[in-house]
Ligand binder design. Sequence first.
Ligand code: NAG
Ligand code: NAG
Ligand code: NAG
Length: 388
Amino acid sequence: MFRRSRSRKFKAGIFLLLALLVIVCFFDHKAIHLQVDVKNSGTQTKASTTNNTYVYSWPRCQLNLSAGNIQGFNFLSNSNQNFLYYRHCCHFPMLLDIPDKCGRADESADIFLLLVIKSSPVNYERREVLRKTWAKERLHNGVWIRRIFISGTMAAGLEKERLNKLLELEQREYNDILQWDFNESFFNLTLKQILFLEWLERNCRNARFLLNGDDDVFANTDNMVEYLQSLKDNDGSKHLFTGHLIQNASPIRLSSSKYFIPFQLHKSNSYPPYCGGGGILLSVYTALVINKMSQSITIFPIDDVYMGMCLAKARLAPVSHMGVKTLGLYLRSPNIDKYDPCYFKEMLLVHRFDPADIYIMWHGIHDPNLKCGTSKKKKKKKKKKKMA
Ligand SMILES: *[C@@H]1O[C@H](CO)[C@@H](O)[C@H](O)[C@H]1NC(C)=O
Ligand SMILES: *[C@@H]1O[C@H](CO)[C@@H](O)[C@H](O)[C@H]1NC(C)=O
Ligand SMILES: *[C@@H]1O[C@H](CO)[C@@H](O)[C@H](O)[C@H]1NC(C)=O
């Protein structure tokens, strides 16, 4: 916007070009990164509008000083204050994009399940293991599973540059990262979620279903596909939002908790029903509804609760799926092997798993010699019942 108004001052074409160059360099130095065109170049920033670059031109979001007038502001923790200062900032430049991940807009939908995995730049090992295991891009039961990691930035200065370089290298090899230029933090997870939903609206409306989850879970994505295919009346164009359902929860008012929410952030003493953010299965239809609702709901720091708020506003209900255990597995006896693949063969998702354990378990559940008590037929029936 402002780029155009500036350039209007220069009448001759040559000056216009020069001005653009100057402006580009200026932004480069200010580290307001324009989007990286990963496909066509390995360089850091690019300001041209080639086929698949999309230039963001809004200025860096300024802090909202009047947030400091909120009652009791000075008694809030730094991260709470920070959140209030920047709560209105919803647009951040993309550092890494994959605009053609889902094919061109006019192509038919061929992604059945898009895995959308929240991952901090430092979690390199987790991403590597997921790429080889449950998040491997593949055909399963005749439909495509694809993968995207969503990320912000970390640290500042050289360390930030080093971590950005890491993601850029991974992108070159795998083409599976969306990164925005905002500071990763627990309170910025909702921002990440919203930025992703906007991206989805722009680039991937044709996919059918999403798994929205963390990078430290074990997800049985084969089972997910089979479950989603069993939904006879829903091909992704109707409402679906399922996972570990949490009802009648209320904000934690204990200031020592990671989840502490002072009344300045949420006045009401209750949360709407929502699903634990470690792993949620939803239709693209519902994702687009949430995106739409989010435009009129002030950002709330806890991302899964926020999505519950958006659903409530759209009068859509989240539902429980027994195969999603974001609080881990409950085992009847301490003598039971908690890494017995037989438990995980039936699950959809379990939190939390180290990279090595994910690797072992993924191979465990695919071992052709694995014997799990029940016969295959019986199991299928059981699964159907559970999913119902
Ligand atoms: C800034 O903060 C104040 C106090 O919370 C709020 O009323 C106002 O709407 C905020 N401004 C913006 C631009 O979000
Ligand atoms: C992001 O965090 C770093 C420290 O981790 C800080 O130096 C920097 O100012 C922050 N950036 C913004 C825009 O808040
Ligand atoms: C969220 O990211 C923005 C942009 O980097 C940063 O200014 C802000 O401090 C972050 N918010 C929190 C609560 O960390």
